[in-house]
Design a protein around this ligand. Structure first.
Ligand code: BG6
Length: 498
């Protein structure tokens, strides 16, 4: 028998994570209406405008999908109809939990209704029941890049305070309906992308929208983005409060894109070190608010100097201070390097500076082209330790994974040693962080079944242990097949370690 060197704590949660908007498809079925990413081909909008346009005559936005683009997420991998088969495959690896999101627009198709859509509610009842019957705890993200489009087109999304009430209605309905089935919840997926990808992550359409503009993101003003941030943060705290009242035996966390927390100074030049501190604030900012309950000093100063202080209600700050999350969930994919001399600003439109265009001379391993990013398992340990030192809260790895372009040869399982190595090396570092005292609740692989990439909207970037036959041009018969990595993850879970 193989010796288990990296044994995880009893009760460790092992599983995988997907999101409704990238897997379900059925984008207009059973009463659902469009949401943010339904009109996007990938959330990185550089040079690409989401499929909405402003109608000058009617003085309002309307949907205008680009005819030459493939919106793969509309059918995605058809998880909406095939979830029973897919969940069985997940349970086959021994998952004791599974993360997905509820599609907000299935429950409230427009977002501002009073009465929820029963067909949508029923779907998630069945989904969670199926998970439970397969001994997988559901871990549920309340919103994953899927603000109902109507709320964005009518109200400018989170830059409007009314969003808090719409969101709270939604939370109230889903907490009451699923509270007895779902014990682990996440508020917003990667809300720290609100400055980098305001449309998808923040549900904001720029108020000064210029249809001639080539760069959609340049239309946003800092004022409206910071106002949206404040509203989302108040909503986060109110949601936590309501959750604790309605589901006292559950846990609710935030979910942060954590890769940029693993940003290293390019040198020990104090200027690089200070710039790195600045860059990492892009990520810490959000946990400072949601996990520690405070807006940091530098943010107040920025607001004052740039005259962009958000409008706040009297009790907002107290609510944020009092209702912090129970745990910190985060994703980790790669690390970054910050170099002042280089000066490259990767975080366009965000708070501070930073750069991942600088190559780390100590990392020689990159994920294959064209998504090439540095493979740095130590980075995940660094993030775990940093979060622990700063907030002293339980942590949950909500996403970690490797996207590869893979081709299926019928009858043979896809051989994916790079994915297996990625998995093993990251898990070793998670184990070491636990040895150092980090309280890690669980580990979720991103995309245990191939799905539509969020960044670029394509199928070609596959993360799965399970292959799905769908391609960038929309072809494929959607059949599923198991890759080699499936068996390795199963073995790791069976042994509760490596
Ligand atoms: C995370 C998101 O940022 O990264 C997921 O929460 C996303 O939605 C994942 O899919 C991987 O990114 P990508 O662009 O490769 O799909």
């Amino acid at each position: 028998m193989t010796e288990i060197k990296y044994k995880f704590p009893e009760g460790f949660l092992w599983g995988g994570a997907i999101a409704a908007n990238q897997s379900e498809g059925a984008w207009l079925e059973d009463g659902k209406k469009p949401q943010a990413t339904d009109v996007m081909v990938g959330i990185i909008t550089d040079g690409h405008t989401p499929g909405v346009k402003y109608n000058d005559e009617k003085k309002k936005f309307e949907i205008a999908l680009h005819k030459d683009k493939e919106y793969l997420a509309h059918e995605a991998i058809d998880f909406y109809h095939r979830y029973k088969e897919d969940l069985k495959l997940m349970a086959g690896m021994g998952f004791n939990c599974f993360r997905t999101s509820i599609s907000w627009a299935r429950i409230f198709p427009n977002g501002d209704e009073i009465v929820p859509n029963e067909a949508g509610l029923k779907y998630y009842d069945d989904l969670f029941d199926t998970m439970l019957s397969l001994k997988m705890q559901p871990i549920v993200t309340i919103t994953h890049f899927d603000t109902p489009l109507h709320l964005m087109m009518e109200y400018n999304g989170w830059s409007n305070r009314k969003m808090i009430q719409f969101f709270m209605n939604y939370c109230d309905v889903i907490f009451r309906r699923y509270g007895s089935k779902v014990k682990h919840w996440l508020t917003f997926n990667e809300i720290n992308n609100i400055f980098r990808m305001p449309f998808a992550a923040g549900g904001v359409i720029p108020s000064h929208y210029d249809p001639e503009s080539k760069d959609f993101s340049a239309n946003y003003t800092q004022k409206e983005l910071h106002q949206a941030l404040h509203h989302a943060m108040v909503a986060n705290a109110k949601c936590v409060k309501l959750f604790h009242e309605l589901i006292p035996n559950g846990k609710i966390g935030c979910m942060i894109a954590g890769s940029h927390l693993a940003t290293y100074p390019a040198s020990c030049d104090p200027r690089d070190v200070l710039a790195t501190l600045d860059a990492r604030r892009n990520t810490f900012l959000f946990t400072d608010i949601m996990a520690a309950g405070v807006y940091p000093e530098y943010l107040w100063k920025k607001w004052e100097v740039e005259k962009i202080t958000p409008v706040m209600h009297e009790r907002d700050l107290e609510i944020i201070r009092t209702h912090t999350v129970d745990f910190i969930g985060f994703s980790y994919y790669y690390s970054n390097v910050c170099n002042v001399a280089d000066g490259a600003e990767f975080f366009e439109g965000t708070l501070m500076k930073g750069s991942r265009k600088v190559k780390n001379p100590y990392i020689n391993d990159f994920s294959p082209e064209p998504w090439s990013f540095p493979l740095d398992p130590l980075g995940i340990r660094y993030v775990l330790e940093e979060y622990t030192d700063r907030y002293h809260k339980p942590l949950f790895i909500m996403e970690n994974g490797l996207g590869l372009a893979e081709t299926e040869v019928p009858g043979q399982p896809i051989n994916d040693p790079e994915r297996i190595r990625f998995l093993e090396e990251h898990l070793k570092q998670v184990f070491l962080a636990i040895q150092d005292g980090c309280n890690v609740m669980g580990y979720l692989w991103w995309g245990p079944i191939d799905l539509v990439s969020s960044g670029t909207g394509e199928m070609r970037k596959r993360y799965g242990f399970v292959y799905v036959d769908r391609h960038n041009d929309g072809t494929g018969d959607l059949h599923r097949s198991i890759k080699q990595s499936y068996y390795r993850y199963k073995e790791i879970i069976e042994n509760n370690g490596l």
